[in-house]
Design a protein around this ligand. Structure first.
Ligand SMILES: [Fe+2]
Length: 289
């Protein structure tokens, strides 16, 4: 496997800066929603093409890529990086593409809680889940070793489940009719969760469906624990610093975040915490060649 890390070339980074100047993030979001096919004149350069070719190579090998770059506090880089995959952006609230999350000790929301997350795919109950998730670190966790990401590739998970003889869990993923329920979005999906090319998966949505039907959880929990263990074994820690971004396939890999921390400046409301931008792309990347 080739290394997943790419450094954003200086020239591209400068170009990003120039594009972002004099433009609000709302204007940029509007622009990329209208112009998803990367006919973005301002990025047209040899450096940009070389960068997208490099990204393509890494992506095709790893189903994810980490782009290290310089800090960007406004999220422009996340949006402009998304253009490299030449896909439609997923809009929300009509004309937004970028979500901003700040971790908090005072919430149980999965996207902002300090508690360790699950290996999952995003929006797994949607009729057609987005193909790519892009996460950019705005502010790193105040404690080293906290808020660490991981990516477990579907292919690696299936190979490892086979290797350890976890046939029941393989059947659970590849053959069983399951229900996934998103209690917040009131969405649900019914069907098989994975084949050898694509997966939709979130432990909480499976638990919600079991609870709704009044089914006992113990067998489900065994499968979830096996998948978690195998996903941990087949992935490595990814530590994003301010400005760094993770682009990950939302159909060919699961992603995960470890527990986060906060540093109180004034208890209970004033604290430093990890902040991220998240956006989704609707199509599989369309690469230059
Ligand atoms: Fe996620």
């Amino acid at each position: 496997m080739i290394c997943s890390d790419i450094t954003l070339p200086e020239a591209v980074s400068k170009n990003f800066e120039a594009i972002a100047q004099g433009k609000t993030i709302e204007q940029l979001e509007q622009q990329v929603l209208e112009n998803h096919n990367c006919a973005y004149q301002a990025l047209d350069s040899d450096e940009w093409l070389n960068f997208t070719l490099m990204l393509q190579q890494v992506w095709q090998q790893n189903d994810h890529a980490i782009v290290r770059g310089k800090p960007d506090q406004e999220g422009n880089t996340a949006v402009l990086l998304g253009l490299a995959l030449n896909s439609r952006f997923k809009p929300y609230r009509g004309n937004k593409v970028l979500k901003h999350f700040r971790m908090s000790p005072w919430t149980t929301e999965l996207s902002q809680t300090l508690k360790e997350g699950h290996f999952h795919t995003d929006l797994c109950t949607a009729q057609t889940p987005p193909k790519v998730t892009l996460i950019q670190c705005r502010v790193a966790d105040p404690s080293p070793g906290k808020g660490i990401l991981r990516v477990a590739r579907l292919e690696a998970i299936l190979i490892e489940l086979k290797r350890i003889g976890a046939d029941a869990t393989l059947d659970f993923l590849l053959k069983e009719e399951c229900e996934l329920v998103d209690e917040r979005a009131h969405g649900s999906y019914q069907g098989v969760m994975a084949n050898h090319d694509t997966i939709r998966y979130h432990p909480e949505t499976l638990r919600a469906a079991y609870r709704r039907k009044g089914m006992p959880l113990h067998e489900l929990e065994r499968h979830l624990a096996t998948i978690h263990e195998v996903a941990l074994m087949t992935s490595t820690p990814i530590d994003l610093q301010s400005g760094d971004a993770l682009l990950v396939s939302n159909t060919r890999a699961l992603h995960y975040r470890s527990a986060c921390s906060v540093r109180y400046l004034e208890f209970p409301r004033k604290f430093e915490a990890r902040e991220i931008y998240v956006l989704h792309l609707l199509d599989s990347p369309a690469w230059p060649i």
